[in-house]
Design a protein around this ligand. Sequence first.
Ligand SMILES: [Zn+2]
Length: 367
Amino acid sequence: MHRTATKLADGRELVYFDQGPGALREVPDERPLEPAASLSETRLDPVLGEWVTVAAHRQQRTYLPPAGECPLCPSRDGRLSEIPAPDYEVAVFENRFPSLATGSADHVAARDEPLHTLRPGVGRCEVVCFTSDHDASFADLDEPRARLVLDAWTDRTAELSALPGVRQVYCFENRGEEIGVTLAHPHGQIYAFPFVPSRTARMIARAEAHRARTGRNLFEDLLAVERGSPERVVLRGEHWTAFVPFAARWPYEVHLYPHRRVPDLTALNEAERAEFPGLYLDLLRRFDALFPAGPGGARNRTPYIAAWHQAPGEGGAELALHLELFTVRRAPGKLKYLAGVESGLDAFVTDVSPEGAAERLRAAVPA
Ligand SMILES: [Zn+2]
């Protein structure tokens, strides 16, 4: 993997990842950009003990631009985008409209009043472009390119974890307008949080309780049980297994674990890295094959969220790295909305059985 770190016109960092050496990457950003001030803050909900990030400046961000104005396409034919090079393989840059930014500490003062705890929203938000092809999707990548994305996620995890104030690094992809994606170009994001998000904190607390009760690791026990009972397993590799969780929340939800428990992407070994791209691409293609094509055979790609769960830098020793992939589509043309029960109380109701979902995913024939 070849890595070239550069700066955009307003000082944001841009890193190119290439499979080999020799590509033209030292291209200056010629746009007249002013540095954007970040006014992000995080507020502690005193009732739930959860942090909420308030990033009011993000309202002006780019919303579904026409393909000719895509900020994630390379800079070509006199049109300047976020990526100055005329082509690229994988490119990662700091979001121009970040929810979290190290600069927030200069603009937002911390507050500690009774029941009102506020901190500047320090951290970082990055955009990961998977390909320069505007019309592709992650599932269209070949294995070497998917591997390059894995290497980019790993590089960013190592680098962002080391930033002052960062507690947890979260790599994810939102795919599809149904999920709220505002740019069609195939890309994911990385958030470096100044706190441990509540879902991670809950997982760690459950794993610590399991350790206290049994002397064993929760995730290792869980993976052993799922690997031993085939009804929810979707894919088996030599180093990874993908299964539908016993209490899946979403219509189609798959968790992908390495067999060896590791805290984060930086701890994967070469054999695990080598096997991941093939398995992950297979899973994504099965998701795309779940629902029939639209009128006239139009591609009807399944909207999804892919979320890497990684251990925080401190206090996450029991957490196992894994990827959670799920879709909000429950039937052709029908979405699962988070309505009163889910949004109001965090209590999920699903009308697709996890075992049935696993069976459909095993039977799905990737296009
Ligand atoms: Zn594009």
